[in-house]
Design a protein around this ligand. Structure first.
Ligand code: F6R
Length: 369
């Protein structure tokens, strides 16, 4: 049932092109417009949405963080991401024009379920992005957008994460389409690029040998840092979470811009740091800014493992290792850049002889608060 792979997690990592492709399937009509057939909130209600709050936990919350950058850019609707357990026990602002989007692979996470119930009490519209048909959270929500990642067996989430990000993109592009005009035109061209991601993922998964080697060499490492900016920031957080969960190594993810506000004090000779580099085409010169971050930490002795687009030569002088990913438009990059971080955590865990599919102290679905 592991289809020739040593672990479920590895199998699920290699299923990611399918997870994205199947989640995209049937979402565009003949004219290339987005269609959502499993949506019971009306288009008029969605056109009126003036605020979106995403509620989720763990990896699903990082998918929400990626979504915030994308949906705000495509629609100009303010998006907030709230950890579900924090949302539930705070005094959140929600009206009948607020769309509360929950993200959950299992559909059974109690913290997320409680947040959804709370949102309904507040009179907000609730939409569930979920991977498990008929589970509790979709049943408790006004509308559902199912991810089609297939069952995820390994405790650590991988293909569900990519499918969650994809579903958030679909939602954002749908909202942009409803806004019409240039919003809708832009949405169409992004959708086209999104459809190219699965084959780029296949290409990427075929070049993971060096990442596996790096992981094996690092079996004795005690601490790893991850840096990213913009959509690369939640990718850095996810890379760190995977390493904590699977390899029991102390790991932290930072927004690269925060470095000089504190974390740079952690850099000492030999400290491994992964840097998720935005593509050279990213607005606001973010590429250049991250390259100078790499330079700064390298000058302080960090061992820099750089995740960069094909053809990005600017990183080379400051990188101890360069992990290449296919180029895509900046907001879609997380679907690619997170993959080497997943593969790294998996192989570091197995190099340490740990149980990749069932890490200690963790359960696949957390059904208590
Ligand atoms: C990380 C992981 C957890 C889950 C979180 C939410 O690898 O698996 O952080 O993402 O517990 O679970 P779901 O998505 O089922 O609500």
């Amino acid at each position: 049932e592991k289809g020739g792979y040593a672990t479920f997690m590895e199998k699920e990592i290699y299923e990611q092109p399918h997870a994205v492709r199947d989640t995209l399937l049937g979402r565009t009509d003949v004219e290339g417009r987005l269609v959502l057939d499993d949506m019971s909130i009306t288009a008029d209600q969605l056109r009126d949405v003036d605020r979106i709050t995403i509620v989720a936990c763990g990896t699903a919350a990082y998918a929400g963080m990626v979504a915030k950058y994308a949906i705000e850019h495509w629609t100009r609707i303010p998006v907030e991401v709230s950890l579900a357990h924090e949302f539930r026990y705070s005094d959140p602002i929600a009206t009948e024009r607020t769309l509360i989007v929950s993200i959950s692979q299992s559909g059974e996470t109690m913290d997320t379920l409680m947040a959804v119930k709370h949102a309904r009490e507040l009179g907000a519209m609730t939409l569930s992005i979920c991977n498990t048909h008929g589970s509790t959270i979709p049943r408790e929500s006004d509308a559902v957008l199912y991810t089609h990642a297939g069952p995820e067996i390994a405790v650590a989430s991988t293909k569900a994460f990519l499918a969650q990000i994809t579903a958030c993109y679909i939602l954002g592009l749908y909202l942009a389409q409803l806004r019409g005009g240039t919003f809708a035109d832009d949405a169409q061209s992004v959708m086209k690029e999104l459809h190219e991601v699965p084959s780029k993922l296949e290409d990427l998964l075929g070049r993971m040998d060096r990442v596996k080697e790096i992981a094996r060499f690092m079996a004795d490492t005690r601490s790893v840092l991850f840096l990213g900016r913009n959509v690369g920031f939640p990718v850095a957080l996810e890379g760190a979470l995977k390493l904590k969960e699977l390899a029991y190594i102390h790991a932290e993810g930072f927004a690269a811009g925060e470095l000089k506000h504190g974390p740079i004090a952690l850099i000492e000779a030999g400290q491994p740091v992964f840097i998720v580099v935005p593509g050279p085409g990213t607005p606001h010169e973010l590429h250049k800014k991250v390259v100078s971050n790499i330079q700064e930490i390298r000058a302080r002795g960090a061992r820099t493992i750089v995740v960069a687009e094909d053809g990005d030569e600017d990183v080379v002088p400051f990188a101890d290792e360069v992990i290449r990913v296919p180029a895509t438009s900046p907001l879609l990059a997380p679907l690619l850049t997170v993959v080497p971080l997943q593969v790294f955590a998996l192989h570091l865990s197995s190099a340490k002889g740990l149980d990749v599919d069932q890490p200690r102290n963790l359960a696949k679905s957390v059904t208590v608060e």
